[in-house]
Design a protein. Structure first.
Length: 120
């Protein structure tokens, strides 16, 4: 999930809720890169829904280690962009063979046109 997906979750948007319910029913793991959390986390009661989601056993937070960080840099260099967090979403999805849930499919596909994307 990218930051737009987490913001949509916070707002209770239907498509994201439906995707997460499907993930729970099928026991799929939902992966969120740590940098994405940093982009959206502000704390406080307004983020109670997001806090519950991040603490769920179905949610895995993917750390940005040195190897992944270098892969993000390579992606940014190839795409001519500097958004390392978007790149970390792509790298994480490739690592976990996951579909990216995003509010900005164009930016994600600019980094890797072949990555699986579910636009919200």
């Amino acid at each position: 999930m990218d930051s737009g997906a987490l913001i949509a979750l916070e707002r209770g948007e239907g498509k994201v809720r439906a995707l997460l319910e499907l993930a729970l029913r099928t026991r799929a793991r939902v992966v969120v890169p740590a940098g994405v959390i940093a982009q959206v986390w502000r704390g406080g009661a307004r983020q109670a829904r997001l806090a519950r989601f991040l603490c769920s056993p179905a949610t895995a937070v993917d750390a940005l280690d040195a190897e992944a960080a270098r892969a993000c840099g390579v992606l940014c260099g190839r795409a001519g962009t500097s958004d390392a967090i978007d790149a970390s979403v792509v790298v994480s999805a490739l690592r976990h063979r996951a579909v990216i849930v995003t509010s900005d499919a164009q930016d994600i596909r600019r980094l890797d046109a072949a990555v699986a994307v579910e636009a919200i």
